[in-house]
Design a protein around this ligand. Structure first.
Ligand SMILES: C[S@@+](CC[C@H](N)C(=O)[O-])C[C@H]1O[C@@H](n2cnc3c(N)ncnc32)[C@H](O)[C@@H]1O
Length: 232
């Protein structure tokens, strides 16, 4: 089978793979060869292995396909990931930051964190799982250093405030935020566009400059992803 892998022209650390006559698909280079995380396909090419990145399972991949033209995550970055769950998107962030970077993973639900600890982090030295409630960042202050960026996907009320409270403690000035807003988690009745606007306004008032807002339809109907820079 003919396999072509090319670094994405605009997205650092992300590749495009084409298998046979199929469509080109996003993927990251697997930091833990031989291991997949959420059933994604692994493809060996030359001396590397790549993991296909499913936009229906990872909102970051959906945002990339919907026009997020720059990914602020770089090799070597330290990332605070809030709402890590069992590590689907975390694992791709881990691939991108590589062995010189690290991903601090905050998750308050024991079951997904257990899966992250058993199935993912033993094979990826750059992942640090932390069982904690992100609404109280001072409780894990001693476990996390200053970071280059925060990815926040918690599907909870006051999600923008939670991101900003964490940014005040952990995010360096000029750092980036990738923020998933789930309108229905905040209010089941209110118009989602009003909720998105209100959450974005919270970020602006707390020192974030909004660079891009991406709607994730058709991959995900209820969410938008916001790219923002902090105090720059
Ligand atoms: C939508 S899932 C995250 C999916 C994940 N970002 C991915 O793409 O693989 C949201 C997660 O946030 C967690 N969560 C919600 N509120 C939280 C809080 N206050 N502190 C820590 N984790 C929280 C939930 O337990 C859930 O696992």
């Amino acid at each position: 089978m003919n396999i072509k892998v090319n670094p994405h022209k605009k997205l650092h650390g992300i590749y495009q793979i084409r298998i046979g006559n199929g469509r080109s698909t996003l993927c990251t280079r697997n930091l833990a060869p031989g291991k997949n995380v959420y059933g994604e396909k692994l493809v060996k090419h030359e001396e590397n292995e790549y993991r296909l990145w499913d936009p229906y399972k990872s909102k970051l991949a959906a945002a990339l396909l919907k026009g997020l033209r720059t990914v602020p995550i770089r090799s070597g970055h330290k990332v605070l990931y809030i709402g890590a769950a069992s590590g689907t998107t975390v694992s791709h962030v881990s691939d991108i930051v590589g062995s010189l970077g690290c991903v601090y993973c905050i998750e308050f639900s024991f079951r997904p964190l257990r899966d992250l600890i058993i199935k993912v982090s033993p094979f990826r030295e750059n992942i640090f799982p932390i069982l904690a409630d992100a609404r109280f960042p001072e409780r894990y202050r001693m476990l996390v250093e200053t970071v280059d960026g925060i990815y926040c996907d918690i599907a909870q009320p006051e999600q923008a405030r939670v991101l900003a409270d964490n940014a005040d403690i952990f995010l360096q000035d000029g750092g980036w935020g990738l923020f998933v807003i789930k309108a229905r988690s905040i209010n089941a009745i209110e118009d989602p566009s009003k909720i998105f606007k209100r959450e974005v306004d919270v970020l602006k008032n707390r020192g974030f400059n909004i660079e891009k807002i991406i709607r994730l339809k058709p991959f995900d109907k209820a969410h938008v992803l916001v790219l923002a820079k902090y105090r720059n």
